[in-house]
Design a protein around this ligand. Sequence first.
Ligand code: OMP
Length: 285
Amino acid sequence: MNFQQKLQEIVKKNNSLLCVGLDPDLSKLPPHILKLDEPLFEFNKAIIDETKDLVCAFKANSAFYEAEGVRGIEQLKKTIQYVQKQYPEIPVILDAKRADIGNTSEQYAKYAFYFLGVDAITVNPYLGFDSIEPFLKRKDKGIIILCKTSNPGSSDFQDIHLGGVSGRIPREISSPEPLYMFVAKKNIEWNTIYGNCLMVVGATYPEELKKIRELTPDMTFLVPGIGSQGGNLEQTLKFGLTEEKSGLIINVGRAIIYASNGNDFSQKAKEEAIKLRDLINQFRN
Ligand code: OMP
């Protein structure tokens, strides 16, 4: 079963487009968890157990594990293995925003798909097709390409209008549209190769989301930015849902995982996840 099929199954089974972001920051974990030998893993495990029926995916951002060195990476791997063993129907996304020259990307792909064994990865398209291809050729995996990111600085480059003809850009693609629209079109083109591309579009930019959805009626978008980053859920759903009322993986990290800092943290995370899942589903019915 490939990533898209796995995703579709769990969206149906759990009736959810919510993805919980497993981004455990040691400075924010409850004190009783910090006393444990593997705090990142124990924290994740509790969140996973409480939210497993409420999500369509878990997304782990590599930075939060790399920051803790070897022990962090071990706990990332343990977290992924835990989901695979206990809840194999739930896809795990590695958020690493990787990509480099081809042979280096090959090593990143090995790390993600063989060492960690995740179902999907986020990649950065800045280096172009040959940097993405080593990921793409893993046809059963989801390759989630940054398009319009949720952060304020995303406008620095992504909103620049491609007015002139320069370097190797052929005249016919030179147009007054912003870079993120050009990237979206490239992603759609790359998706025709193996059908395993998705795009990242931040919930903080609903107008841009609308324009990207108009380009592709059915591609799945990973949408971060709801909760702590202040993204607009209502507009995200209004503009982003496909005709089948699907096509979005709505990632929420901090607003769920840090809902409480006490002994009840996983219970409170569950309550937040229920609220968000239900809010999302109001727009799907
Ligand atoms: P919260 O803001 O805590 O919900 O977490 C958002 C997560 O999504 C983090 O892991 C970010 O690195 C990630 N993210 C963004 O916030 N914005 C983006 O444009 C892209 C991503 C991502 O690729 O997931």
